[in-house]
Ligand binder design. Structure first.
Ligand code: TXA
Ligand code: MG
Length: 320
């Protein structure tokens, strides 16, 4: 892999123009979205996209989300059924990714779609992402800007901790707001399926489509990159902990916190799931750098954003 000196760009006109230039030239530029930082490359340029897989050390079968500035741009790249169009209009720009059949003549490279005849599309809700996508003037492939399998980055320092020297630039606009990735919904063959819980809750999606989301059957994997062990800190993770065992660090939630942890960080002392989501990956990283051998995680409620938080924690705890 070629070493790339990584620049930190500010989100002003000069920085964004430079980021756009780098992307159009096939470079790798990490950028903020409302969910997490993405690692951007020109989605229409297979070589640029290959650079993403290389920089992340990502299994090449895992398709990438294509980000665009406007809803109309997304509608032109895929074939949207009624549910897909309703969801697009309800939640874009925002933390929702729609997987739909690829439109005829769609310029997104095969590699970005991992050879599938579907495409994952998203219109992020972040002024810097929007300006960057406009500056680039083409769809930008963007997985989370971390080494494959690591915790997703919610600020530019997280990005550099994983990818310094492996990418051309990061546009630094401070911490992201939502903190967990987008919800992914596939609208294929008349069936609407939740592939990944995320920033838009299941209930909000079901309210728009007027029926329960279909269950994602693992044996018929639509998202081949949904690896069981993922989002993994270096430390082992123990879920739904009511007490702390000797030597454990604690990732707490809510006001009542058990004693005895070597280090303790609280996702949200007030029990606010949005605050917890925003803190999740940063706290896991901090406990890792504090040298925690094992992290006990307190129970997180199932509702709303809790489903996405629990999903990431289950992956962090999976055997590896
Ligand atoms: O919030 C987010 O979604 C962030 C920001 C940067 O936009 N991106 C992100 O990307 O989380 P990534 O690559 O870490 O996760 C995207 C997931 C992958 O697990 C992939 O399998 C799935 O989306 N995906 C993308 N295109 C797909 C497709 N055509 N069919 C099925 N799954 C797809
Ligand atoms: Mg990721």
């Amino acid at each position: 892999m070629i070493a790339r000196p990584t620049r930190r760009l500010s989100p002003d006109a000069t920085g964004l123009a430079e980021a756009g230039r780098l992307l159009r030239a096939g470079g790798l530029v990490a950028f903020p979205t409302e969910t997490v930082y993405g690692l951007g490359a020109d989605a229409t340029d297979g070589r640029a996209v290959a650079g993403i897989y290389e920089a992340k050390g990502r299994p090449s079968f895992n398709p990438l989300i294509a980000h665009v500035a406007e809803i109309a741009d997304a509608l032109a790249l895929g074939r949207f059924d009624q549910h897909a169009e309703d969801l697009a209009r309800a939640f874009w720009p925002g933390p929702l990714t729609l997987v739909v059949p690829v439109a005829a003549g769609c310029p997104i490279s095969d590699l970005a779609r991992a050879g599938l005849d579907t495409v994952g599309l998203r219109v992020p809700d972040h002024p810097v992402a929007h300006a960057l996508l406009q500056a680039a003037g083409r769809p930008i492939a963007g997985p989370s800007a971390n080494l494959s399998g690591h915790v997703s980055p919610t600020d530019a320092d997280h990005v550099l901790a994983d990818l310094d020297g492996r990418i051309d630039a990061v546009v630094d606009a401070g911490p992201t707001e939502v903190g967990v990735e987008s919800t992914i919904v596939a609208c294929l063959d008349g069936v609407t399926v939740l592939l990944r819980p995320g920033g838009v809750s299941r209930a909000a999606i079901e309210a728009v489509i007027g029926r329960p989301l279909a269950v994602h059957r693992q044996e018929k994997t639509i998202a081949p990159g949904m690896l069981a062990s993922h989002y993994a800190p270096k430390a082992g993770v123990r879920l739904d902990a009511q007490v702390v065992e000797p030597g454990e660090a604690l990732l707490a939630f809510g006001a009542r916190v058990p004693d005895g942890a070597t280090v303790m960080l609280n996702l949200s002392p007030s029990g606010d799931l949005a605050e917890a989501a925003a803190n999740l990956f940063g706290h896991l990283r901090q406990l890792d750098s504090a040298g925690a051998g094992r992290i006990a995680v307190m129970p997180i409620p199932h509702e709303g954003l809790g489903e996405a938080i629990r999903d990431r924690l289950v992956r962090a705890a999976a055997p590896r």
